[in-house]
Write a protein that binds this ligand. Structure first.
Ligand code: G6P
Length: 366
């Protein structure tokens, strides 16, 4: 009720602003990186496995897509991410040395549970879940678990569950990297330090809200939007587009920025805002040429620029700069303005933010 909402208009807004606390709580028990953060027997499982298979649905699937970049880039472990409803019905090649990782806010999503059971039937016994509900079927059925501490999430569009999943998946990456000898103690300490600073970094990003409201006023009248990202931020572009679809009913699509020329550029007109999750300077030149292609077709760019980029706002290019550059953990920060953009655009359109039409918080039947 209204008392629980405090100063917020909707649960979604409250949950977006709870993220610094949710991340702090999720990391609370973490004194150092040890496999046992994931349960008894984690060390021998991590020693044994040679690859990771991530299974999830919806927003949880996008946190898995982000984790793939970490698991391959930092822990050097071959990683596959698959939509649970696809995996459960296709013929795949099982590898008993794979760590099967399910990701779920509720721990009750029917397709994700069925995909887990399918993997086990195929002989894959090394199972781990990153889940927000400790008493859920998912946690009961997996050998290992990391319980995120987002707290109850009421808004149908997932926000704090996503960022806490990312925190849990980053810890998993570090624990696997440690067991596999792919990380030094000082690298590990630096990553952990960056994780501990996340609540403060998230608070600084939340302060961008007034600028995002300015963007949302312009999005409210649109019927289509395109989101572009590269690398680690490609799944964040996908998640940004999903948030916008779910609660504003604006048709939104996300593309890897390098694919712009291979299709979506044909859709760009002055009526099509293009949100770009901009990486740091190494990919800036490529991004600038993408932006010129969009501008040449009258498209208007909304650039979420990393702190160390030098892109400036100009005609047809709106830039919001992130407060600080955050390396591999930067997806946790970049997603927040996209959550706020969807939220404020929905408010401007007058949709039912916390209960969007046709969608359920937890899909427990197929
Ligand atoms: C539904 C919810 C989404 C969620 C997805 C997966 O579609 O509306 O917010 O991401 O289910 O749910 P899970 O509980 O497994 O993370």
């Amino acid at each position: 009720g209204a008392a629980e909402l405090g100063p917020y208009r909707h649960y979604m807004q409250k949950e977006i602003f709870e993220q610094p606390r949710a991340i702090a709580d999720t990391l609370e028990g973490v004194q150092s990186i040890v496999p046992e953060l994931f349960g008894d027997g984690a060390y021998s499982v991590f020693k044994e496995i040679d690859s990771v298979l991530i299974l999830a649905c919806g927003t949880s699937y996008y946190s898995g897509c982000t984790a793939k970049y970490w698991l391959e880039g930092i822990a050097k472990i071959p990683t596959q991410v698959e939509i649970a409803s696809e995996y459960r019905y296709r013929e795949s090649v099982p590898n008993p040395r794979t760590l099967v990782v399910t990701i779920s806010q509720s721990g009750e999503t029917a397709d994700t549970l069925a995909a887990l059971r399918h993997a086990r039937e195929l002989g894959m016994e090394h199972t781990l879940t990153v889940c927000n509900v400790g008493t859920s079927a998912m946690v009961r059925e997996c050998k290992l678990a990391y319980i995120t501490r987002a707290g109850a999430e009421i808004g149908v569009a997932s926000t704090k569950a996503f960022t806490t999943q990312l925190a849990g998946l980053f810890l998993l990456t570090l624990a696997l990297a440690q067991v596999k000898g792919r990380i030094t103690e000082s690298q590990e300490a630096a990553h952990l330090k960056a994780m501990r600073h996340l609540p403060a970094a998230l608070t600084a990003v939340l302060a961008l809200e007034p600028q995002i409201i300015g963007w949302a006023e312009q999005f409210a009248g649109k019927e289509n939007a395109l989101f572009l990202g590269r690398g680690l931020h490609y799944p964040i572009a996908l998640e940004g587009a999903l948030k916008l679809k779910e609660i504003t009913y604006i048709h939104a699509e996300a593309y890897a920025a390098g694919e712009l020329k291979h299709g979506p550029l044909a859709l760009v007109t002055s009526q099509m805002p293009v949100v770009t999750v901009a990486p740091n300077d190494t990919l800036l030149e490529k991004l600038k040429s993408n932006m010129q292609e969009v501008r040449a077709r009258g498209g208007v760019l909304y650039v979420l620029a990393d702190a160390d980029t030098r892109i400036e706002s100009e005609d047809g290019i709106h830039v919001i700069r992130m407060p600080e550059h955050y390396g591999p953990l930067s997806p946790l920060l970049h997603v927040v303005p996209l959550q706020l953009l969807a939220y404020h655009t929905a408010c401007a359109r007058g949709t039912d933010v916390d209960k969007p039409r046709n969608l359920a918080k937890s899909v427990t039947v197929e």
